[in-house]
Design a protein. Structure first.
Length: 141
């Protein structure tokens, strides 16, 4: 007899605002770039968690007309400075205009989530450079 995976009850969800965003839209558009020896690459995007939620979701939509393969990681970051990886797809290759949702990921017992982090594009695949995508996150009650 197969055991059933636990199902998270989904209530109302809210988009989370990106750190450094314009305060108008919770959706961030980025382009994969190579590492810059004189500055920081744009691989990481954090989203504020301003209240306790029961679960979290990550959303991705490919914008570019060319296909590429690159890694995608997602983390729950906690107020104590620790984090937990919830997404680890080392060879994500989405077709243009398609989206993917990861989650819902439950809140971690005994910890308070302060941010969600998307890390996209630290890759050796040069075809991924210039690939444009949109990302967002949600907290759900």
């Amino acid at each position: 007899m197969a055991s059933a995976a636990p199902v998270l009850a989904q209530g109302r969800c809210e988009f989370l605002q990106p750190v450094g965003g314009n305060g108008v839209t919770p959706i961030i558009t980025k382009t994969i770039s190579v590492a810059n020896p004189f500055g920081r690459p744009n691989w990481n995007t954090d989203f504020y968690v301003t209240k306790p939620y029961n679960s979290y979701k990550f959303f991705f939509t490919a914008n570019s007309s060319v296909s590429a393969t690159y890694p995608v990681e997602g983390y729950l970051k906690f107020t104590d400075g620790s984090n937990m990886q919830v997404i680890n797809d080392p060879s994500f290759a989405p077709p243009m205009g398609t989206g993917k949702m990861w989650g819902p990921f439950p809140a971690y017992p005994g910890k308070t989530v302060s941010q969600l982090n998307f890390k996209i594009g630290a890759t050796a695949d040069q075809a991924a450079t210039g690939f444009t995508y949109r990302i967002s996150t949600q907290g759900c009650f």
